[in-house]
Unconditional design. Structure first.
Length: 349
């Protein structure tokens, strides 16, 4: 029987509508990363249906994990395959424990704990938001700290100062809707399709971002953000002027969101003395946001770290990287760890 290596982490991610698994070595080297999307299942409903998501995770978690193990050179018991060049098996099984959909989270947490027990490996529960912070590290291990991270997704918008692995400070956050949530709601109102973020971006390509006047909420009010009023402004404007060009409205809305995010991340970098700016989360895949953040970072003589679009969306490699850090700092998670659908970001000094 092979020995278990605590630097080898298998992670499972099932917080929302992607079933993902990955094997990562030393918290930095991706050996495999597999993602099974549920977009087609939820598209007709215009959003994620929790019960459908949970059932899909139950169906997909076994084949997705099996593929991640095989691609990384391990068998179904987490042991190295013949000819893999190592006699060490996977020593850690991590899973997203929250935040997310409770039924979806339970699938991943339960499966990961079962594997850990069967293999004699350590189990680590990982906060999904903390996982997003490590997406760029996986692609740029030499990233100089501290950095300020703009974490923008469908459910969360946070501005985080990352002082060291495991040491974070929340500088600001949305007081109402997340940026991604606003994208989804505006896309639904404009009948652009699902998922909302990519749908708005596609429509905006043929629009004029200066054609429609929209507010920039809380632009100069500290580092917190607000997007609910901006969404409402779009609805009221189009209701009053139904003949407005949809691409123009989409482009103007996108520009307003990006203006706020870019202003806040640059202010956060200056306030925290960050040595770089980093994006994370699904909205970080937005082309206009990436362009504008790159521009302001360059003007401020700060390096900018933009994870690939595959690493922006939910994946298990980032969960494995965060699990590696969490194990070193706190040790294994208790086996009675459950799903925490409303888990907050783990701010740590």
């Amino acid at each position: 029987m092979s020995e278990r290596d605590s630097d080898l982490v298998l992670a499972v991610e099932t917080s929302c509508d992607e079933t993902a698994a990955a094997v990562v070595a030393g918290g930095r080297t991706i050996l495999s990363s597999v993602v099974s999307s549920q977009v087609e299942l939820h598209e007709r409903f215009g959003g994620v249906v929790p019960e459908i998501a949970g059932r899909a995770h139950v169906e997909q978690v076994v084949p997705v994990v099996a593929r991640a193990l095989a691609e990384a050179g391990f068998d179904g018991a987490g042991r190295p395959l013949p000819g893999a060049g190592s006699d060490r098996g996977i020593g850690v099984v991590a899973a997203t424990s929250g935040p997310g959909l409770v039924g979806a989270l339970l699938v991943g947490v339960s499966f990961a704990k079962a594997l850990a027990l069967a293999w004699g490996a350590a189990f680590v529960g990982v906060n999904h938001l903390e996982g997003h912070l490590y997406a760029s590290f996986l692609e740029d291990p030499e990233m100089a700290l501290p950095v300020v991270v703009l974490l923008v997704s469908g459910g969360h918008t946070l501005l985080v100062a990352m002082h060291a692995p495991g040491a974070y400070e929340v500088l600001g956050q949305t007081v109402d809707d997340a940026a991604g949530e606003a994208f989804d709601k505006v896309a639904r109102f404009l009948d652009l399709g699902y998922p909302g973020g990519p749908a708005v971006e596609r429509a905006a390509r043929s629009g004029d971002p200066r054609s429609v006047t929209l507010p920039r909420p809380m632009l100069d009010e500290g580092l917190d953000m607000s997007f609910s009023g901006l969404k409402t402004a779009v609805v009221q404007l189009v209701t009053r002027q139904p003949d407005l060009s949809t691409p123009d409205v989409a482009a103007s809305f996108q520009e307003a969101v990006v203006d706020v995010l870019v202003h806040k991340v640059l202010a956060g970098a200056r306030l925290s003395g960050a040595r770089g700016i980093c994006l994370a989360g699904g909205v970080a895949a937005n082309t206009r946001l990436r362009e504008r953040v790159s521009e302001v970072a360059h003007a401020a003589c700060l390096p900018v770290y933009l994870p690939s679009r595959a690493m922006c969306t939910d994946n298990a490699a980032m969960i494995a990287a965060a699990g590696h850090v969490r194990l070193a700092a706190d040790g294994p998670s208790p086996m009675d760890t459950g799903a925490e659908p409303s888990a907050r970001f783990p701010e740590r000094a």
